[in-house]
Design a protein around this ligand. Structure first.
Ligand SMILES: CC(C)(COP(=O)(O)OP(=O)(O)OC[C@H]1O[C@@H](n2cnc3c(N)ncnc32)[C@H](O)[C@@H]1OP(=O)(O)O)[C@@H](O)C(=O)NCCC(=O)NCCS
Length: 218
């Protein structure tokens, strides 16, 4: 009986994924999306298997990559051309520290013990991810953190504070280990907003393969 149930849910998932793939023809999506993510996911995006992507982000950029078994909660936006590796957890909410118990059983109606009126009121702290951000394998990003455009988060990092644009952070808790480019180049890239260009124009950019070669008109 147990095997039959497993087979049935496997078949149901496969069917739902097939239908979703038909709706999202130029995107390679191997996890089942909620309606909000499905509506917003853009061209050139790839989402690998077993991802749990929750909520209703205001913006999901073009060319989004999400690796296997990644969880994304409480996230208001993910910019263009972001790469989020496997086993990443983003926007996990803190449990209250001031209550008798930290268990959601006593503050969330979702667990069935209390009524809606008893829900702990508080503003959700949303994660914001800029454009062209690389989040490496097994990173954990706490709720409310802002990751600047062009940032790189090293594998296994626990990010508890905002990360500046084009900054590389790693470790637990994550600390700055470097910058991708000089301050001049970073400012130029941020001003250029290259990620807003048409994909064909991006492919023609002379510094696509080495952004440090950008020349400045001084
Ligand atoms: C973050 C990363 C890009 C850093 O690369 P880098 O800028 O070339 O940094 P370096 O290798 O020169 O290391 C600089 C310092 O940071 C440390 N460091 C690098 N990556 C680290 C990490 N993930 N966690 C903790 N410390 C790290 C190094 O030990 C070194 O410390 P030291 O100066 O005390 O010797 C890289 O280490 C990394 O994590 N890559 C991700 C791999 C991955 O997940 N790929 C899948 C993507 S889909």
């Amino acid at each position: 009986m147990h095997i039959m149930r497993q087979l049935f849910s496997f078949w149901r998932l496969t069917y739902a994924l097939k239908k979703q793939q038909e709706r999202l023809n130029n995107r390679n999506i191997k996890s089942l999306l909620n309606p909000s993510w499905e509506k917003k996911i853009q061209a050139y995006s790839v989402i690998e298997t077993d991802c749990d992507l929750k909520g209703d982000p205001a913006y999901l950029g073009r060319g989004l990559y999400i690796g296997n078994s990644t969880l994304i909660y409480n996230t208001s936006s993910i910019g263009d051309f972001c790469s989020i590796s496997s086993g990443v957890k983003i926007g996990l909410a803190a449990h209250p520290k001031h209550m008798l118990s930290t268990s959601p059983l006593f503050y969330s109606s979702g667990r069935g013990l209390i009524n809606d009126s008893d829900i702990l009121t508080g503003v959700e702290k949303m994660v914001e991810i800029g454009h062209d951000v690389l989040i490496s394998a097994n990173v954990l990003i706490l709720e409310g953190v802002k990751i600047g455009t062009g940032a790189i988060i090293g594998a296994g990092a626990v990010v508890v504070k905002n990360v500046e644009p084009y900054t590389i952070v790693a470790g637990v808790p994550a600390k700055v280990i470097g910058k991708r480019f000089s301050d001049d180049v970073i400012q130029h890239l941020l001003n250029s907003k290259w990620w807003e260009l048409d994909i064909q124009n991006i492919l023609q950019l002379p510094f696509l393969k080495d952004a440090s070669k950008i020349e400045f008109n001084r």
